[in-house]
Design a protein around this ligand. Structure first.
Ligand code: G6P
Length: 367
């Protein structure tokens, strides 16, 4: 009903607007002064110090949150991370070495493949940490350790606020591990905590810019293919941006690691093909700009999402959306906002049922 949607046209829009609060609710209980404290985790410093490998296992957008956090865990806590789709992991006879931690990420806590992966790990005696939104769900109950995302109930099939809190929970976990393992200095930690605290307001600001994206999206409701490109952490957010668009608008889209374009995808670029390029990593700006040039030469129209201040991009891209300044590990939390809005507005422009896209379910409890 309209009342349930709190005045918003769709649950998806309402839930996108709940992101500043969801992010803040997930963050604030875990920040105590200049330290990260995850009360419910129940892992001793000794356990945290002993971890030598992490598997992050999930499905759908939760898997994408793991793709982002591979970079974050490896960068901040210096622990090697493998990210797996739950449906692949469980059937490939994975190698469990000693001192491995399995992290299962799930909004519902009921996804059949993710639950099966959890059981597979436990059967091998590997400790499992669940990052879960629904309190008391199967994954929350069966995991050895739990960390909750405090997104609140999510109704729209396409996840927005739960995904955003999955990013945050994993940043916090990576920082907690980094703090215990001494891989970041106190000053770095303090700065990153400051940046985390600013995310809710920055997300709010990006949401309030929705007209600009709506206007742009209206030009692409007839698109046949859209490509999302990025490098490093921006490749991870490209995957989630691409999924948001395709799952609700039924427009074919793909995410590509920008450096890999010339090994395949570039042959699909035609006059007017939309390419969304994400470039939030300063060390990769130059490489990304040459990738943008490559697709533009073949006729692509390029929408760039980059950091405020990187005006250089305006010379190459056709349309630029700026995200506010944050730590380089946290940019995905901001870059995803315009991409979610883009998917949403393209889908409603096409008259799609955004809250209940065809063939999809909110929670997949069968194989
Ligand atoms: C379904 C949903 C996705 C979600 C995925 C994993 O496919 O439509 O939005 O990302 O399941 O769900 P989970 O509850 O485990 O996060």
């Amino acid at each position: 009903s309209a009342a349930e949607k709190g005045g918003y046209e769709h649950f998806m829009l309402k839930e996108m607007y709940e992101q500043p609060k969801a992010v803040s609710d997930t963050l604030s209980p875990r920040i105590k002064g200049n330290r990260i404290v995850i009360e419910e985790l129940g892992m001793s410093d000794e356990e945290i110090r002993s971890i030598r490998k992490i598997y992050i296992i999930a499905c759908g957008s939760a898997f994408h949150s793991g793709m982002t956090n591979k970079y974050v865990f490896e960068g901040l806590a210096r622990i090697p991370v493998e990210v797996d789709l739950a449906s692949e992991f469980r059937y490939r006879d994975p190698i469990f070495e000693p001192d491995t931690l399995v992290i299962i990420v799930s909004q519902s806590g009921e996804t059949a493949d993710s639950l099966a992966a959890l059981r597979e790990a436990k059967a091998h005696g590997v400790p499992v940490l669940g990052i879960v939104n629904v309190v008391g769900s199967s994954i929350a109950r069966e995991a050895d350790h739990v960390m909750y995302t405090w997104a609140g109930p999510e109704i729209a099939v396409a996840t927005t606020k739960a995904y955003s809190t999955q990013l945050i929970a994993q940043y916090l976990l990576a920082l907690k591990f980094a703090q215990v393992r001494g891989t970041v200095t106190d000053e770095e930690l303090e700065e990153m905590i400051q940046d985390l605290k600013e995310l809710p307001d920055q997300i709010e600001m990006l949401l309030n810019n929705k007209e600009k994206i709506q206007h742009f999206a209206n030009r692409y409701i007839a698109a046949r293919d859209v490509f999302f490109i990025g490098r490093g952490i921006d490749y991870a957010i490209s995957m989630e941006g691409s999924l948001k668009l395709k799952e609700i608008s039924y427009i074919h889209s793909e995410a590509y690691a920008a450096g890999e374009l010339k090994h395949g995808t570039i042959s699909l670029i035609e006059d007017g093909t939309l390419v969304a390029a994400v470039l939030t990593q300063e060390s990769l700006y130059k490489k990304m700009i040459s990738n943008i040039e490559e697709v533009r030469t073949r006729g692509a129209f390029v929408l760039a999402v980059t950091n405020v201040g990187n005006h250089e991009v305006e010379k190459t891209a056709d349309y630029v959306i700026y995200i506010p300044k944050t730590n380089r590990y946290f940019t995905n939390s901001l870059a995803i906002i315009p991409l979610q809005l883009f998917g949403y507005y393209v889908a409603i422009g096409k008259g799609c049922d955004v809250d209940k896209p065809r063939n999809l379910a909110k929670s997949v409890t069968v194989e």
